[in-house]
Design a protein around this ligand. Sequence first.
Ligand code: IFG
Length: 539
Amino acid sequence: MRPPGTFPRLFGALLLVAGAGAGCFAGDGGGSRQGSGGPAPGAVPALGRVVPAPASVKPGGTLYTLGAKAAIRVDDSPEVRRIGEYLAGILRPSTGYALPVTPGPGTDGVQLRLRPSERALGEEGYRLESSAGTLAVTAREPAGLFHGVQTLRQLLPAAVERRTLQTGPWTVPGGTITDTPRYAYRGAMLDVARHFFTVDQVKRYIDQLAVYKINTFHLHLTDDQGWRIAVDSWPALVTVGGSTSVGGGPGGHYTKAQYREIVDHAASRYMEVVPEIDLPGHTAAVLASYAELNCDGEARPLYTGVDVGFSSLCVDKPVTYDFVDDVIREIAAITPGRYLHIGGDEADSTSPEDYAAFMAKAQAAVARHGKTVVGWHQIAGSEMAEGSVAQYWGTDGTEPGEREEVAAAVKKGARLILSPADRAYLDMKYDSGTQLGLKWAGLVGVDRSYDWDPSEYLADAGVPADAVLGVEAPLWSETLTTSAQLEWMAFPRLLGVAEKGWSGARSWEEYRVRLAEQGPRLEARGVVYHRSPKVDWPE
Ligand code: IFG
């Protein structure tokens, strides 16, 4: 349980004044120039200076230079053409080149080609070939082409990311990259309940995640302080439950059309949206919206603090299950993805027996409406539905018993998403100077955030590597209200979690050289990021 407290309004004023420059939210004065050793930049071949690290990098041959007359040559399919236009949208403003997206054959210019016969590339893999006369990205599936485009943009000079005309030359190191992901689930979560973020703010975050091959976007839509998604059968959830936020500021919510806009935008970046309706705890906004959902029939006041664990739906009332089924039915109907997250965390005001009974019914509702259950790992304390997924958010200090409960669920077939709070929680303070964020899981610097191996992480509890679907980086918003604040907390640690998901575990000393090169690229894209003193950021 985290200490009580409210979101000091001071932050809003301070941070507005500070603006969006990197390092403006830190007490540590931003990055330092001197490094602490580690391999010289030369140790990472130019072709391999990509995050996440590609599976296979074979530098060689001559570099490719993008010329003013180049075309982007694509298969004659709407989806590949759209990926071509996405790439053109990145390259045209900075190069000033026309870069027509041209369907049909032709090997000059940049090629984006689907090769269904390339089975080894799988759902998301790609091959990138660069030489004097060729720059080609090939993949078995469109998602692979899209990920290959993210690698291509990182191999071009950082200035290519700017939206104004830059001087070239626009070169790509020579060689071949063959790349496939280690894990199928590579996620990032945004808490829009503690503080609301608009559709455009969410789309901006999605676009930043796509650069690092994140493929799952978990939207934490409901919590004690706010219900953020319209439900036709229970309208007061947003008119009352969505009317405020942490600190008592303005609330907000998505209409179904706006939620669909987010889902479609994520899909255009090959990201699956996982909506979370946190139950039976974290439900103060629900209990304030509908008197009948309270055991005593009395509506509760809206809650704008930051405590957790004090709320629970009324497990004994049949109307609770009408509510649960209605909500799950309506959210499932507007969610094309496979998963529906039902939370299950910090239900400290629900007895274990009631929790198990509630979770059995809630999971049945998810299955009834055609989705696969995801829950925070406390769900392992109930009978987990067939094929369901537990999202582990423990820390190095988590009780062995809790880890064993998760391992027992895995033995019965549950799968895991790993989000260790003292590694992957992007709302943890970087260091003692960090003004934003929380520290209940400890201070999480960029190096500590990178210091774990998903395949081994729960091995001592008996969890085999193949039980891990992947990783996810949650960003909780108790202390965050603007995109600049989200970005400063998320970047650069998100890059390390994305690498865990795509590349698996690698050495910090090698990674920190590649991470340093991402600084100018983040800056060129206008992303606010923490210039951690643990990284030798270039000038
Ligand atoms: N734990 C709570 C979140 C949020 C978080 C902030 C989970 C699963 C602490 N539950 O993380 O609601 O308050 O770091």
